[in-house]
Structure formats: structure tokens, C-alpha cells
Design a protein around this ligand. Structure first.
Ligand code: DGJ
Length: 722
């Protein structure tokens, strides 16, 4: 619900369990009053002192320097506020200061259009406040969308040049909000290839915490997410705030504690190496950001984000439908395969009960290693006699669907495409390009390059029955240069690249609605809310080790649904860590997401084959809870010797618990796990333990964790019997 109090020029936004309150002060600035637990917009709030203004004399609005203590909804530069601004607008004469004041507002049902970028698909109610910059020709529209059934508030900003001569944007963030105190710690999800999204929490103190990627991708190293956490907040209690950008490119989220102890949080497209020329009449639209408030700990924040993504971002036709249970040949064969080998794998896969065979990297051009052929999206008939059609038909003949790997954004120098169009690569002539995995990135800032890739990929997808696509992206951007852009527009490259990627994803998913697309970026290098708009699931990490995965999946679940995580059982010794883990453990850990297999089924023992069949059938029993249930994180693999998570169906009639004990430790006996999240008044049966107990008891007292060997895993299914 959105209310406007005209007497005080105040805006009161109410989501499911939060309020967001602002008002226009006497100087015309839009001031944050409150963000957090539900409150009313009582009139006394809209005097400057209550509104959190910490300036020495907040009544003196003739002095713009007072802005330095003012909680701002979109922060100005160079006119009295010395904290980080939300936008930097450079006029034709080089003048850069700004003074954003209220101009008008509008409240409407629905959400703003964010052309060419991921966005809320439906519902909501939106407040759009237009601010005029008194020091330039820019106007800024701040959009706020709330939902009755969500604790998420979606924000973005649109900057319009209302003048006739061009201005340059040196920064254009999506949102800014302020807190009257900075008594928080801040969590980020940091990592590296094969070790993505480790939750790292640090204290906030004077100065700025900057969480960012400047790689042209949201990145393995830092997810476009941050959470503010109150001192005593835990998984199940206390306040926290999430900030999650629906964006897959270079980003920045800043948390700045000011001289007066206030906290400003803002973010959007990374302003490092960013510039955007805005001609008269043009508008720059920033990506949407999903803010989430929880009074019930980190767990509740995660569940709210999961619901938000499932209800408002992910394709509704795919989100709760059965997911392909794939067998992928990457770790089975790498590049070394031919039709015979694949047919053997396909036959065996069909016997195991999986439903889709995915042909990974190496089927095209002359690609026998990672040195060539990206861009040559035509089948290598020496390796695959009969082409893709033969593989697809083979799959069909044994009752499997067929999936295909593609890396549409890349080009190898050793490729037909590069020989014909060297200019398609994002390089600078005369400069040796920075190669990564021996490949270059295509210049997706250019429409003709995106069009070319659309057409060739379209032909591949039309060449035979293809049911699934894995869209990979194995290196980040370098050079950040497009020969097609003038020198004063080179700062636009990283964002224009992302717009090209979104355009291609939109056109391909639109043209092939029957195909299930999975996102991937050298593992989890682009696991973000932007990609989830196009791809209902993303390959979580190239690390398939069942111990490492407990940590990666735990971290990822902070702000994404488990149904978005693609998780595979792989062979041991694990290819990334050389660790041995029991087959059963690999199965249960991979069941906490969209499950599948990444191994050579012809190399499995009979016992392992039977285990796969049982795992697939067990998974199908609980798939609805994995896709649509609520996640409760019970034992933290970063701090405990156990990992344990529970998924509870929305009606609380069933629950699914998965756990793993890491290592044998002396005297580590009879630990109890409390099953938070069940119906406290219901009675549950835990089939595997033969226990019947009330939800109350299971939550208050809990059950014993099993004694297990190193890396032993378990799964329990709970059913409510009354
Ligand atoms: C990186 C992916 O994450 C892997 O699963 C595999 O598809 C390789 N790329 C193929 O090059």
C-alpha cells in the first residue's frame, strides 16, 4: 500500500511486514524518515529532527551545507553533502554539482518498465517521485514498488536529460537509503572460481564499505548483494536488511558511516569505468534493486528473497514445473568424445532414470580443447557422425530429452568467425588482447554482433529437437573498448555489453519457449537476480565436491531460492578437490536444488547405478518441496561440524531435511538439531527415524543428528499426520 500525506508532503509505503517512510523537507529535498518495522506516518515525524537529520542546525535550510547530515533518498554531489553521491551529472561546461529537489509524484498499480533489463514481471504498486536537479537539466525519477505479500521493496532510478544539450553521467545508482544509526555489521557473498558466495560479515565503522565487481560480470568474486545485520541478529531472530541488485554486470554497493554516525547505503551499476552520454530528451534507466527487511533473522530474509524471485522474477511457466534431471557429459569426457562414446553414455543414462542428456563443450567447430572454435556454432561431424540430429534422435529413442551447451558471448581467435570478423571481438587494434581460457569476448555492445549470434544459435536450436540449453560464460571482460563507439562513449561499454547479453537472452528464450535454459558462468560467476529473469536455474559452481557444496549452497541460499541452484552428483575422487565422499552424500547434497549428474554412467558399479535410480526416485518425491518450499538453515557448515538444511512445504504438511557430518572429531556425540519452521501445533512422522512428535517438540528440543563417518550424509522426510 502506498499513501501520500499532502499536508506534510510525506510518503508512507507499506509492504507485507515493513514500512518505508519519506517526506519532502522545507528545502525540497526528499528525506528518508524510516525503513524497517511497520510504523504509521504520524504527522510529528515530519519535522526535521524526527526525520533523522543530524545536521548541526537542521532548521537552517538556507545553508546547503546542512545536507551533510541529512538522510537523502538520492544523494547530491558538490553542493554541501560530502558523502558519496547517488549520481554525478556533468554539464556541457564541465560543472558537476547537483541539487535534487522534489518536483512531482505519481502512484499507480503495477511496476515501471525497465526496457531491455530484468524486471518485476507482474503485480505491485509503484510510487514514482520525480526530482529536478536545480543545477543541471537532469530530472530523476525514483521508482518504489511494494507488494502486499512480500517484504521486498523494489527500487530504481531513471535519469532524464530535460534540456537540449548533452550531459554526461559519471555515476547513476539505482537506489539510496539512509539509517539514523550505523549499528550494523555488513555481510557480503565473496569468493573465487569454484568457491563462490561465502558469507563474510564485518563491522561497519566510519568510512565506506564498498562491495563491487568491475569485471563486466557480477562475478565469482563478489555477488551483487549485501545485508546489514543488527548486533544480536541470528538465523531466526533480529533485524536485517538485504540489498540485491537485479543486474549481471559490474556493480557497486556502498555502505558509508558518516561523521554523525548515520549510515547511507546505495548502489547500482559500478561507477568505476562508467560514463554515459545523455543527449537532450534521453533517459538512462538504472537496474532494479530488491531491498528486503526482516525482523526474524537472516533465515526469514532468505525466504522472502526466495519467494520474491519465484513469484516476481523467474519465468512463471518454468518456476514450479518439473526440472530436467540431467546427465551432463562434461566431467565424464571433457573434450574427448565421439558418437560411440556418447551413445554408450546415453544408453546408460536412460537406464538410470534421469530424463535429459546434456552434451557439454566440444561438439562444434574443431574444438578438441579450449583453444579454438568458439563462435563456430556448427557441429563437428568428425566427432559426431550424423551431427546433433543423431544425438538428439538417439536420446529420443531411449526416452531422454536432449540438452546442449553453448557459450554465445565468446570467440576464439582460432575460429572461422574470427577469421571472417576479427572486429567482432572486444579488442583494441594494436593492443595485444588479454586472453583468458584462450578466448576473447564478443563485442555485444554492437547490435550486428548480437544479431549474428542470435541467427547462428537459432539455426542450431532449430536443427533438431533440443529441449535444454546450458548457456556458459567462461571469462570476464577486459579492454572494455568498442571500436564502434566514439571516444567519449567508451565508458558505456560494460553496461552496453550487458544490454546486449540481455537482448540475446530475451530473444532466444522468447523464440524457443519450449527450451529450458540454464545459466552458467564458469560455474557460478554470474549467479544473480538479473540472470534469473531469463534462466530459472544457474549452475551453482564448478566445484561439485559434496563438502565444498554445502558451503557454496549455504551462501547462495542467503538471497536466492534453492530451486535456482543447479546441483550435480559427480565422480570421486572429486575432480576439483580430489576428496572422496560417499555416493549417498553426493546425492543428498545435490538434491538441495535442481538435481542432476555429472559423471560417466558407464563407469559406475552396479551398486552405484542402483543408488542413482533410488536417488532419482527419492528426488521426484520431494521435488515440489525443493522447488516451492521454505528453506530453514539449521547447521552452519562454516562454523559447525554438521551441515543441515530443511525445506518445508508452504502448507507445512511435509518437510525435507538434508545433512552432512564433516569430519570425525573426538567426543562429537549426540548433537541435537532443532527443527525450526514446522507447524508447532501439528504432529509429524520422521520416516527414516521412526519418530512421531509434535512440531512444538521438534522445534523446542529437536532430534539427534546421526553419528556418521567422515562426510556422511543423511536425508529425512517428514510428514504431518495431524
Ligand atoms: C564451465 C562450466 O561451468 C562447466 O560446467 C563446463 O560447461 C565448462 N565450462 C565447459 O567448458
Amino acid at each position: 500500500m502506498i499513501e501520500y500525506d499532502g499536508a506534510h508532503r510525506a510518503f508512507i509505503l507499506t509492504g507485507k511486514r515493513f514500512s518505508y517512510i519519506m517526506f519532502v523537507n522545507r528545502a525540497g529535498f526528499l528525506q528518508t524518515v524510516h525503513y524497517g518495522m511497520p510504523a504509521d506516518g504520524d504527522g510529528y515525524l515530519f519535522s526535521d529532527r524526527y526525520a533523522g537529520n543530524k545536521s548541526p542546525d537542521p532548521n537552517d535550510f538556507n545553508v546547503d551545507a546542512q545536507q551533510d547530515g541529512m538522510p537523502c533518498e538520492y544523494a547530491c554531489f558538490g553542493h554541501g553533502d560530502y558523502r558519496a553521491p547517488s549520481a554525478v551529472i556533468i554539464g556541457g561546461d564541465g560543472f558537476r554539482a547537483s541539487r535534487f529537489v522534489y518536483k512531482s509524484h505519481k502512484i499507480y498499480k503495477g511496476s515501471p518498465s525497465v526496457d531491455g533489463m530484468p524486471h518485476i514481471r507482474r503485480g505491485g504498486e509503484t510510487l514514482a517521485i520525480t526530482l529536478a536537479d536545480e543545477l543541471s537539466t537532469a530530472e530523476i525519477k525514483l521508482n518504489y514498488t511494494v507488494f502486499d505479500d512480500s517484504d521486498v521493496l523494489v527500487r530504481n532510478a531513471e535519469i532524464r536529460n530535460a534540456g537540449k544539450t548533452a550531459v554526461d553521467l559519471a555515476r547513476a545508482y539505482s537506489f539510496c537509503t539512509e539509517f539514523a544509526d550505523a549499528d550494523f555489521s555488513i555481510m557480503r557473498l565473496a569468493g573465487r572460481w569454484a568457491a563462490e558466495r561465502t558469507p563474510i560479515t564485518t563491522e561497519i565503522d566510519y568510512g565506506t564499505v564498498r562491495i563491487e565487481s568491475a569485471r563486466g560480470a557480477s562475478s565469482h568474486q563478489m555477488n551483487p548483494f549485501a545485508a546489514l545485520i543488527r548486533r544480536h541478529t541470528t538465523e531466526t531472530a533480529g533485524e536485517c536488511y538485504g540489498f540485491n541488485l537485479l543486474y549481471s554486470g559490474s556493480f557497486a554497493i556502498l555502505a558509508e558511516k558518516s561523521q554523525y554516525g548515520m549510515l547511507r547505503v546505495q548502489g547500482g551499476i559500478n561507477d568505476f569505468d562508467f560514463g554515459w552520454k545523455l543527449n537532450g530528451g534521453e533517459t538512462f534507466v538504472t537496474p532494479q534493486a530488491a531491498l528486503c527487511y526482516s525482523r526474524c533473522g537472516l533465515g526469514e530474509m532468505s525466504r522472502e528473497y526466495a519467494d520474491f524471485f519465484r513469484n516476481y522474477i523467474i519465468d512463471p511457466k518454468k518456476v514450479n514445473a518439473h526440472r530436467p534431471i540431467v546427465l551432463n557429459n562434461w566431467e565424464a569426457t571433457y573434450f574427448d568424445f565421439d558418437t560411440n562414446k556418447l551413445f554408450g553414455i546415453i544408453d546408460e543414462a536412460a537406464n538410470l532414470g534421469v530424463d535429459t542428456f546434456v552434451l557439454d563443450d566440444g561438439w562444434f567447430g574443431r574444438r578438441d580443447d579450449d583453444k579454438s572454435s568458439l563462435g563456430d556454432w556448427f557441429v563437428n561431424t568428425e566427432k559426431l557422425r550424423g551431427g546433433l540430429k543423431a544425438v538428439s534422435e538417439k536420446c529420443k529413442s531411449v526416452g531422454l530429452k536432449f540438452g546442449l551447451w553453448l557459450e554465445p558471448e565468446m570467440i576464439s581467435e582460432d575460429s572461422e568467425l574470427f577469421r571472417a570478423h576479427p572486429d567482432y571481438a572486444m579488442t583494441k587494434s594494436g593492443v595485444t588482447p588479454c586472453r583468458s581460457r584462450n578466448q576473447l569476448v564478443l563485442d555485444f555492445t554492437r547490435k550486428e554482433v548480437v544479431d549474428h549470434i542470435f541467427n547462428v544459435v537459432k539455426s542450431v536450436l532449430e536443427s533438431c529437437r533440443i529441449d535444454y540449453v546450458k548457456w556458459d560464460f567462461n571469462r570476464c571482460l577486459t579492454e572494455f573498448y568498442s571500436a564502434s563507439l566514439p571516444c567519449d562513449r567508451q565508458g558505456e561499454v560494460a553496461h552496453r555489453y550487458m544490454l546486449g547479453v540481455y537482448d540475446l537472452a530475451d530473444r532466444l528464450t522468447g523464440a524457443f519457449p519450449h527450451i529450458f535454459f540454464e545459466g552458467c558462468a564458469g560455474g557460478g560467476g554470474r549467479f544473480d537476480g538479473g540472470m534469473l529473469y531469463y534462466f530459472p536455474q544457474i549452475w551453482t559452481s564448478d566445484d561439485t565436491d559434496a563438502y565444498e557444496r554445502t558451503k557454496i549452497q549455504w551462501g547462495t541460499s542467503m538471497c536466492y531460492p534453492v530451486s535456482a541452484m543447479s546441483c550435480h552428483v559427480s565422480a570421486c575422487p572429486n575432480h576439483q578437490t580430489q576428496r572422496m565422499t560417499p555416493f549417498a552424500t553426493r546425492g543428498v547434497i545435490a538434491s538441495l536444488g535442481a538435481t542432476g549428474y555429472e559423471l560417466d554412467p558407464t563407469a559406475l558399479t552396479d551398486e552405484e547405478k542402483a543408488a542413482v535410480r533410488a536417488q532419482v526416485s527419492d528426488y521426484l518425491d520431494i521435488e515440489d518441496i525443493v522447488l516451492g518450499g521454505d528453506l530453514y538453515r539449521l547447521c552452519d557448515p562454516f562454523t559447525d561440524n554438521y551441515f543441515c538444511e530443511m525445506l518445508v512445504s508452504k502448507d507445512k504438511s511435509r518437510a525435507y531435511i538434508v545433512g552432512e557430518r564433516h569430519r570425525g572429531v573426538p567426543c562429537d556425540l549426540d548433537n541435537v538439531v532443532k527443527l525450526v519452521g514446522l507447524d508447532r501445533n501439528g504432529t509429524y512422522k520422521i520416516h527414516e527415524l521412526g519418530i512421531t512428535a509434535s512440531g512444538k517438540t521438534l522445534e523446542a528440543i529437536g532430534v539427534l543428528l546421526p553419528r556418521l563417518p567422515d562426510y556422511g550424509g543423511f536425508r529425512w522426510v517428514l510428514e504431518k499426520i495431524n
